[in-house]
Design a protein around this ligand. Structure first.
Ligand SMILES: NC(=O)c1ccc[n+]([C@@H]2O[C@H](COP(=O)([O-])OP(=O)(O)OC[C@H]3O[C@@H](n4cnc5c(N)ncnc54)[C@H](OP(=O)(O)O)[C@@H]3O)[C@@H](O)[C@H]2O)c1
Length: 270
């Protein structure tokens, strides 16, 4: 049976992230006939009706895909379209369910998600969180998101930020690491572009290999690093006291501090 978003459904904002989700759903054959994209530019989204203003209806499903800073610009106009049959899904980083509920009091259920870009390849991670005990709404959103990847439910709202700091930000971190490896390679006689594309292909290949084998990252590293070999020497640097772990700890701490700041900013705007 073809999956479909509950009709009528609105995607309010459809940039990088909502667009990646649409791409994933499209590749799974999801039916978009009841879907409308609402975005200020009106830039077309293939196969989906796109408008610049809200149609005169209260949709059954609304997904918010604009920047958190836009919330208070959007809420007054959108509010009257959110009714007791509307399941509201928010991907706004750092904006709590309570902050959403304050703005959209009438919503049937509010569900926070924190997707990552690989949803486009249906290889995403989409943590879910809700403070509403609406089993049907939870199940229908979970089903839609599961088309795009892994869908862990968070029992505590802080887990949304913690998972997001790994999975939503993660593609940027892995990309930076691959870039750094490429740059390091170019110090040893490879031209910069070649080194960069070799590092990127190695990242892609590692992901594909790990997915196919299902082994842990620790096992994968062990498989590559033969005793007294070259990789082992490189790993010893990463594993040293001043190596990768303290750096990554600081990286994640900094990202999570920003999650708290964004939540405080959204709360202060109430
Ligand atoms: N990017 C990520 O990896 C990531 C990961 C997790 C969560 N998120 C969350 O996803 C959300 C979107 O991020 P993004 O990277 O996709 O941003 P983006 O590419 O800049 O897209 C933002 C979208 O919001 C639309 N928009 C702007 N003002 C609007 C308004 N007043 N009403 C309705 N739509 C409006 C824009 O429409 P036009 O195109 O017509 O201007 C655009 O489609 C953010 O809340 C972010 O926290 C992003």
């Amino acid at each position: 049976m073809t999956a479909a978003l509950p009709a009528p459904a609105w995607l309010v904002g459809c940039g990088n992230m909502a667009g990646a989700m649409v791409e994933g759903w499209r590749s799974a054959g999801v039916d978009f006939s009841g879907v409308t994209v609402v975005r200020p530019s009106g830039a077309p989204v293939e196969g989906i009706r796109t408008v610049t203003d809200y149609p005169d209806e209260q949709p059954r499903f609304i997904m918010l895909g604009f920047k958190p800073q836009k919330l208070d610009e959007v809420a007054p106009g959108l509010g009257p379209h959110v009714g007791p049959n509307t399941v509201l899904v928010s991907m706004l980083a750092g904006v709590t369910a309570a902050a959403m509920r304050q703005r959209f009091a009438a919503a049937r259920a509010i569900i926070r998600i924190m997707p990552n870009l690989p949803v486009a390849q249906r290889a995403g991670v989409i943590p879910l969180y809700s403070e509403d005990d609406d089993v049907e709404a939870r199940e229908s959103v979970e089903k839609l998101m599961a088309i795009l990847g892994l869908v862990p439910w968070c029992s505590d709202e802080r887990q949304v930020g913690a998972i997001g700091a790994i999975s939503a930000s993660g593609p940027a971190y892995f990309a930076r690491f691959a870039e750094a490896i490429g740059r390091a390679g170019s110090r040893h006689g490879l031209d910069a572009d070649t080194a960069a594309s070799i590092a990127a292909q190695t990242l892609i290949g590692t992901g594909a290999f790990a997915a196919a084998n299902g082994e842990s990252m620790a096992d994968l590293a062990r498989r590559v690093a033969s005793p007294k070999g070259t990789t082992e020497q490189g790993l010893a640097v990463l594993d040293g006291a001043e190596g990768l772990q303290p750096l990554v700890d600081r990286m994640l701490d900094a990202a999570l501090r920003r999650v708290d700041e964004l939540a405080a900013e959204a709360a202060a705007r109430n």
